[in-house]
Design a binder for this molecule. Structure first.
Ligand code: NAP
Length: 166
């Protein structure tokens, strides 16, 4: 669960733990993250979506501790500043894209090897990434059965098909 230290991610994690699932949350701040994880009864990894090294380290921790990942919940994200158009700069928008778009792709890409080790892997997102809305900038989980095949599988649609859209 990315962004599991507070907000929606924390509540989703709480309910998954309550349902008996093994949950790992991530947070940028290790102090906050560990506290939240202890509260939840979840595992914790430090991760900043916009930092390659921290994402790779989180993958290594999960690889060593669990060995596979059944579900990646891409929850973490930022709203960005809500300002009048006159005050909105390219840098403000770039930071939102760095997190919500490129960060999400970075995290998903890095965790794919662990997801591939699960029996029925899945990637879900609870923010501005929708598979059914063409106005959204990124499509996650939308599949083209004629094209998206699991590697090494003769014809089975790939459950992790992931395709950026513009
Ligand atoms: N709440 C809503 O009504 C609503 C509506 C539409 C979409 N959403 C989306 O749903 C998701 C959760 O919303 P929320 O209301 O729970 O948001 P929130 O309370 O602001 O929590 C966002 C979470 O994302 C984490 N995060 C932000 N940037 C990160 C980064 N670079 N690397 C790792 N973690 C990062 C935050 O960590 P820190 O504690 O370190 O900041 C926090 O845990 C967000 O993506 C949000 O955009 C929410």
């Amino acid at each position: 669960m990315t962004g599991g230290n507070r907000g929606l991610g924390h509540e989703i994690a709480r309910r998954l733990v309550q349902a008996g699932q093994t949950v790992w949350i991530e947070a940028r701040d290790a102090g906050n993250g560990r506290k939240a994880a202890d509260r939840l009864g979840a595992g914790f990894v430090q991760l900043d979506m916009i930092d390659d090294a921290s994402v790779d380290a989180a993958v290594e921790t999960l690889r060593a501790r669990v060995g596979h990942l059944d579900i990646l919940v891409n929850n973490a994200g930022i709203l960005g500043e809500v300002t009048a158009p006159e005050d909105l700069t390219a840098d403000q928008v770039r930071h939102v894209y760095e997190t919500n778009v490129f960060g999400l792709v970075r995290v998903t890409h890095a965790f794919l090897p662990l997801l591939r080790k699960a029996t029925a892997p899945s990637v879900v997102a609870d923010h501005a990434v929708r598979q059914d809305d063409p106005r959204r900038p990124l499509q996650c989980g939308g599949r083209r059965p004629d094209r998206d095949r699991a590697p090494g599988d003769g014809g089975r649609p790939d459950p992790l098909a992931f395709r950026p859209r513009t």
